[in-house]
Design a protein around this ligand. Structure first.
Ligand code: NDP
Length: 484
C-alpha cells in the first residue's frame, strides 16, 4: 500500500491546519485504485480563515520591492528543481500520469513559471505620460487577495501559473486544488515559505465545488482565476460578477488540428499523438478534431495506427511507460460513454476503443476516422485519449468547420505553404495557434482562450496585466484654471 498522507489538509498562514469535521476526500492512486490517504474539505470557517490570512499578509508582501519578491519566487523555483523527482512521484501518485511526463512537464514547468515571474517582478513598473507643462504617471498596483481554483490534470503547474504572477505583482492568494489531486499545491505552499515568503502569502484549502464557491463568494477576494470546464466557468464568472471581481477563466476546448496534403506525414502524426494522447488525453488544449485533407488521409491513418499500436500503456512509475490511467473511475466512465456514442453514430474505429482489464482506470488510446461534424465525439470535450479524424477538401471549408464550435482555446495547422499557414491562423478563432507544432506552451507565450474557452491570458507579460491594475496620477505643475 502506497502512503501519501499529507501532514494535514490545509496550509494557512505558513502552517498546516487540520479540521476533521470537514467532508472526507479519499486519495486514490489511479493506476491501482488503492486508497492512499485522505484529506478533509474546508468548512466555511476554514475558508474564511485562509482569506483572512491572505488579507493580513497583503500589507507586508505588497510593500516589499519587486526584486525582494522576485528573489523569493526564484528561490522557490530552485527548490522545486532540486526536488523534482519527489514532486513528480507525488504528482504521478495523485494523477496517474506517467513519470516520464511528470518528470519533465509538471513541477519542472511550475519552476519555469516561478523563475520567469521571479525575474520579471522587479520590472513591473508604471509609466510616465508627458502632458504639456504637466505630467501624469501610473503606479501598477496589486489587486489584493486572489483566489486560484485548479483542475486535476496539471495540479502543480496550474498552482504555479496562478501563484507566480499573482505574487510577483504583490497580491496574496488562497488556492483550492481539485479534490482529485490535492497534494502538490500543499508542497508548493511549503516550498514558498521555505524560500522566504511571509506566512499567509500563499494558502491552500481543500474541498470540492462548494469550497471553491465559498471562496469566490468571500467579499474580501478581489480576483478569481479558474482553470476548469466551461460549465464551472459560467458559474464562477457569474458569482464573481456579483461583486465585480476581476476574473481569469482558463476553460475547456475542442480544438482543431488541420493537416494539409503537403504536410510532413511523420510530423503531423507526431503532433496528432501529442495533441490527443499526452497525459492520457486529459489536456484542455488538445487538438481532438483532427481535420485531414483527403490526399494525405490514407498515409496519415496508416502511420497513426502503427505508431499508436507501439504505445506503452501501464505502470506510470516505469519510466518506459507512455500512457497511464485516467485520473478516476468516473472520468474513465465518461470517456467510455463517448467511445460508445462514436460507434453508435457510425464513426470508423481505427484503433483502441476499450478499457483495459485489471486494476486501475486504464483505457486504450482510441482513434476514430470518418467522423462528421455533427457527431458528439466531434462537438463535445471528452477529456480522454479519443481522437476524431475528419476529412476535408478545401481551405475555406475546413476553416469554417474548425470555427463552428462554442470553444476557442487552441488550433494547429500543418502545411509547408507559409502564406496559407499564416492566412489560416488569422482566420481561426482560437487563443493559441501552432504552425507545424502542437501543444507546446512555453511560459514566455501568453495562453488562454476565446469564445467559451475563457477570459484573459496566463503566462508571459500578459499575466501581469491580469494580476495588477494601473493607478493614474495627474501632477499639475502650472496654475489651476477655473471658469469663474
Ligand atoms: P471542473 O470544472 O469540474 O473543476 C475545476 C475546479 O473548479 C475544481 O477545483 C472544482 O472543484 C472547482 N469547482 C467546481 N464547481 C465550482 C463552483 N461552483 N465554484 C467554484 N469552484 C468550483 O474541471 P475539472 O477539474 O474536471 O478539469 C477538467 C476541465 O478543466 C476540462 O474542461 C478542461 O478543459 C479544463 N482545463 C482547462 C485548462 C486551460 O488552461 N484552459 C487547463 C486544464 C483543464 P472539484 O473538482 O474539486 O469539485
Amino acid at each position: 500500500m502506497i502512503e501519501m498522507q499529507p501532514n494535514a489538509s490545509h496550509f494557512i498562514n505558513g502552517a498546516y491546519v487540520e479540521d476533521e469535521g470537514g467532508a472526507e476526500i479519499a486519495l486514490t492512486y489511479p493506476a491501482t485504485g488503492e486508497k492512499t490517504g485522505r484529506v478533509f474539505a474546508a468548512r466555511p470557517d476554514m475558508v474564511a480563515k485562509a482569506v483572512r490570512a491572505a488579507e493580513a499578509a497583503l500589507p507586508v508582501w505588497s510593500a516589499m520591492t519587486g526584486a525582494e519578491r522576485g528573489r523569493i519566487l526564484t528561490r522557490a523555483a530552485q527548490i522545486i528543481r532540486e526536488r523534482n523527482r519527489d514532486l513528480s512521484i507525488l504528482e504521478t501518485l495523485d494523477t496517474g500520469k506517467p513519470l516520464s511526463e511528470t518528470l519533465v512537464a509538471d513541477a519542472a514547468s511550475g519552476a519555469d513559471c516561478l523563475e520567469y515571474f521571479g525575474g520579471m517582478a522587479a520590472t513591473i513598473t508604471g509609466e510616465t505620460v508627458q502632458l504639456g507643462a504637466d505630467f501624469a504617471y501610473t503606479i501598477r498596483e496589486p489587486l489584493g487577495v486572489c483566489a486560484g481554483i485548479g483542475a486535476w490534470n496539471y495540479p502543480i503547474q496550474i498552482a504555479c501559473w496562478k501563484a507566480a504572477p499573482a505574487l510577483a505583482c504583490g497580491n496574496t492568494m488562497v488556492f483550492k486544488p481539485s479534490e482529485e489531486t490535492p497534494l502538490t499545491a500543499l508542497k508548493l505552499a511549503e516550498i514558498l515559505v521555505e524560500a522566504g515568503a511571509p506566512p499567509g502569502v500563499f494558502n491552500v484549502i481543500q474541498g470540492a465545488g462548494e469550497t471553491g464557491a465559498a471562496l469566490v463568494d468571500d467579499p474580501r477576494v478581489a480576483k478569481v482565476s479558474l482553470t476548469g470546464s466551461v460549465p464551472t466557468g459560467r458559474k464562477v464568472y457569474e458569482a464573481a460578477a456579483r461583486d465585480l471581481k476581476h476574473v481569469t477563466m482558463e476553460l475547456g476546448g475542442k480544438s482543431p488540428l488541420i493537416i494539409f496534403d503537403d504536410a510532413n506525414v511523420e510530423d503531423a502524426v507526431s503532433a496528432a499523438i501529442n495533441a490527443n494522447f499526452y497525459s492520457t488525453g486529459q489536456i484542455c488544449s488538445n487538438g481532438t478534431r483532427v481535420f485531414v485533407q483527403t490526399g494525405i488521409k490514407q498515409a496519415f491513418l496508416t502511420r497513426l495506427a502503427e505508431r499508436t499500436g507501439s504505445a506503452v500503456i501501464g505502470d506510470p512509475m516505469d519510466e518506459a511507460t507512455h500512457l497511464g490511467p485516467m485520473v478516476s473511475e468516473g472520468q474513465r466512465g465518461i470517456v467510455l460513454n463517448y467511445i460508445a456514442k462514436g460507434l453508435e453514430n457510425g464513426a470508423r474505429l481505427i484503433t483502441g476503443g476499450k478499457s483495459i482489464d485489471g486494476p486501475g482506470y486504464f483505457i486504450e488510446p482510441t482513434v476514430f476516422a470518418d467522423v462528421t461534424d455533427d457527431m458528439a465525439i466531434a462537438r463535445e470535450e471528452i477529456f480522454g485519449p479519443v481522437m476524431s479524424v475528419l476529412d476535408f477538401e478545401t481551405e475555406e471549408d475546413v476553416t469554417r468547420r474548425a470555427n463552428d464550435t462554442e470553444f476557442g482555446l487552441a488550433a494547429g495547422v500543418f502545411t509547408r505553404d507559409l502564406a496559407r499557414a499564416h492566412r489560416m491562423v488569422r482566420a481561426l478563432q482560437a487563443g493559441t495557434c501552432w504552425i507545424n507544432q502542437y501543444n507546446l506552451t512555453p511560459i514566455e507565450m501568453p495562453f488562454g482562450g476565446v469564445k467559451a474557452s475563457g477570459i484573459g491570458r496566463e503566462n508571459a507579460r500578459a499575466a501581469i496585466e491580469a494580476y495588477s491594475q494601473p493607478k493614474s496620477v495627474y501632477v499639475g505643475l502650472s496654475a489651476v484654471e477655473a471658469p469663474f
